[in-house]
Design a protein around this ligand. Sequence first.
Ligand code: SF4
Length: 65
Amino acid sequence: MARIPYIDTEECMACGSCAETCPDVFAMNEEMGFAVVVNPYGASEDEIQEAIDMCPAQCIHWKTE
Ligand code: SF4
């Protein structure tokens, strides 16, 4: 089963770090003021984990599809 990332948007501080680390996976929704997952398969799990580890709000999590 694949693991895919999701963002707890209520906790997101819209810092942009995840979109910078994995631009094919995460993008900023400037209007709404939080980040969104645009393609959960846009990077390797290691790269996504790096974005998770760097998130200052610790609001990116794994879920099993
Ligand atoms: S790194 Fe975390 S706090 Fe920053 S934009 Fe991404 S989800 Fe939001």
